[in-house]
Every structure is written in C-alpha cells, then in structure tokens.
Design a protein. Structure first.
Length: 133
C-alpha cells in the first residue's frame, strides 16, 4: 500500500514499485490543497507574471521558474501547475505568486500555465504519455 502525499498526481510514475523514503519528499509547503482561502484569493487577484521553466523534477514534485523580469528564480510546486503537461526546461509559462509562510519573505508560483512548450523537446503528460514537440 502506497501512501498519499500532496504532490501525487493520478497516473504518476513515481509511485511504481521502489523504495520511496520520507527524506526524498519535499518539505511541507502551502500547496493548493493546504493554502488558506484568503491566501488563495489574494494570489488569484494578483498580477500575472511571465517566465521560463528553469528546472522541474516530477519525482520530487517541484521545480523553479526564471522570471522574465530577471528577478530571483521562483519555486513551483506540482499541485500549482495547470494543464496536461509536465513542465521541462525552456517551457514558457505564466503564473501568479503567493508568499511562503511563516515569514512570507519568499514567494512561490501558483496558477502556473504552460504557454509555449520548449521546441525540439519531448514532453510528458501527467498520465505518462510522451509527446514530441
């Protein structure tokens, strides 16, 4: 019996047989499922930013976006990615931001939408289908 974690996606290959250790999981973060209603409302009402996927690890359930405006890379959690494709390096995205508690000094990307898939790169759907772009 496999445990259920907040970043598990239906059809995800990370849950195939193997030794999944708790140390392999990302630290608890306010994901879409655990974020307060008020934090979600503030993020949804905020501006839309553009950026490029710098790195994303499906097995770890998170990655980073390089903002178009040149500011510090921003964290993205798997539960905040909208759409059918797993992001890969070079994908163009739009997103909104939400502060990360407890200090609220850093931000994470929420409502992340892939707007342009990186050319000449294979993409995978959340269900595991490989698509060439």
């Amino acid at each position: 019996v496999w445990p259920t974690f907040p970043f598990q996606r239906e059809g995800s290959r990370i849950w195939e047989r193997g030794n999944l250790l708790l140390r392999d999981l990302p630290s608890p973060l306010p994901t879409k499922r655990t974020r307060t209603y008020s934090a979600t409302a503030r993020a949804s009402a905020g501006p839309i930013f553009k950026g490029v996927c710098k790195q994303f690890s499906r097995s770890q359930g998170h990655g980073f976006i390089t903002p178009e405006n040149g500011t510090e890379d921003i964290f993205v959690h798997v539960s905040d990615i909208e759409g059918e494709y797993v992001p890969v390096e070079g994908d163009e995205v739009t997103y909104k931001v939400c502060p990360i508690p407890p200090k609220n000094q850093k931000f994470q990307a929420v409502e992340v939408v892939l707007t342009n898939l990186a050319p000449h790169t294979k993409h995978e759907t959340w269900s595991g289908q490989i698509i060439g772009s």
